[in-house]
Design a protein around this ligand. Structure first.
Ligand code: ZN
Length: 322
């Protein structure tokens, strides 16, 4: 009988890789929050790491440092160390296996008798993700890896991996602010082609806002040691205080953040794999709340967004009228 050995051993619990996953619905300030945390000396900001297989390895999009991913010496080291070279990875297969995590409708499967077993099998079938996180920690010597993939199912999948110790920040923003941002045409910098961020109409954005937020709560809220809900409006008004709250939550030092005042930061170059173009910002950045939608989102979209997210928006403390 042949005994199949796993490709890497399960680590001692103390040696698990600490992952901070920011979940919720996009345009909630997750990239800025991730960048700030990534400039903490003990943290590494990977951006939306679920997309590293498709956007970085298959499409060779820009790394946060500004060069095409496959030319970035940092990521070359990570893949050389973890996989014996970037060419030893089959990103197509990984993208296919991760496809289910894009659809919140798969989440109710967790409630079925075989649900947990099914998701555990999905986690086991993706050892490349653990290898990636382990290699990042080995090369950077960081204590925490920040992953801003805002898919509750993806975060849940990470939490089922033996070598990862996953903490979740559930970031919530007023759905009308997101609806306004989601309608905008925003360029994603790239060397080869013109790419814009995915756009949504107010109805679709609001529907996804409900799904993502409800699902985040269902999957994580009972786990008080691993889940923290943060509102964008609080973060944008008092960024330093909120970042300190997050650092306390995951028991990491408050002393090593990039804040130069309560709302100003000094950002260095990062190697985020994918995410909002704000990940390319470096230097001194002043943080302030973005309320442009209050004056610029048209009445129809405000109405659609308010009706479609009722009553959840009241539960999160947002007013019906502005
Ligand atoms: Zn880079």
């Amino acid at each position: 009988m042949t005994l199949m050995l796993p490709c890497f051993a399960i680590l001692n619990p103390m040696k698990k890789v600490k992952v901070l996953n920011i979940t919720g619905w996009g345009r909630s300030g997750s990239t800025v929050l991730g960048s700030i945390l990534g400039n903490h000396q003990d943290f590494f900001f990977g951006g939306e790491l679920r997309n590293i297989w498709k956007q970085s390895l298959l499409n060779n999009r820009l790394c946060g440092c500004g060069v095409p991913f496959k030319e970035c010496s940092f990521w070359k080291k990570i893949f050389d160390n973890g996989f014996g070279g970037i060419d030893n990875v089959d990103p197509d297969q990984i993208v296919k296996k991760l496809k289910f995590s894009y659809y919140s409708r798969f989440a109710p499967m967790k409630l079925l008798p075989f649900g947990e077993k099914y998701f555990r099998a999905c986690a086991v079938s993706l050892p490349e993700i653990e290898k990636l996180f382990l290699s990042i920690r080995e090369i950077t010597n960081c204590k925490v890896i920040v992953d801003t993939t805002k898919s509750p199912l993806y975060g849940y999948l990470l939490s089922l991996m033996d070598n990862l110790d996953v903490y979740v920040i559930h970031l919530i923003r007023d759905p009308r602010g997101i609806a306004y941002s989601r309608k905008k045409k925003i360029l994603q910098p790239d060397k080869e082609k013109v790419i814009y961020l995915e756009r949504f109409n107010s109805f679709d954005s609001s529907f996804k806002w409900n799904m993502r937020n409800l699902l985040s709560e269902c999957l994580w809220k009972k786990n008080k040691d691993k889940y923290l809900m943060i509102k964008y409006e609080d973060f944008a008004s008092e960024p330093k205080a909120v970042v300190n709250k997050i650092l306390d939550f995951i028991s990491e030092s408050r002393a090593l953040t990039p804040f130069i005042s309560s709302n100003e930061i000094e950002l260095g170059i990062n190697h985020s794999a994918w995410g909002n173009p704000s990940r390319f910002k470096i230097g001194k950045v002043e943080l302030k709340i973005d309320n442009e939608w209050k004056n610029k989102l048209n009445t129809f979209d405000k109405f659609i967004s308010t009706v479609c997210t009722f009553p959840l928006l009241l539960k999160y403390g947002y007013k019906v009228n502005y």
